[in-house]
Design a protein around this ligand. Structure first.
Ligand code: ZN
Length: 61
């Protein structure tokens, strides 16, 4: 299981980024998304109430 966070505020294009715990690019203004086995599950959870999601490129390589 990995612990996932998501930006509390979207970027200027309206996109929220998903991070894995330990990523140096997680903003201070973040929300705990949940614990998931796979990133796909974290994306599904995030999409429940957000239209535009991206995985952070630093922690999803
Ligand atoms: Zn990240």
């Amino acid at each position: 299981m990995k612990i996932y966070y998501i930006d509390r505020r979207p970027d200027k294009e309206g996109v929220y980024r998903i991070h894995i715990q330990g990523c140096p690019d997680i903003p201070l203004d973040r929300l705990f998304l949940g614990r998931f086995e796979e990133t796909a599950a974290a994306i599904s959870a995030a999409k429940a109430n957000r239209s535009q999601i991206k995985c952070c490129e630093t922690c999803h390589t």
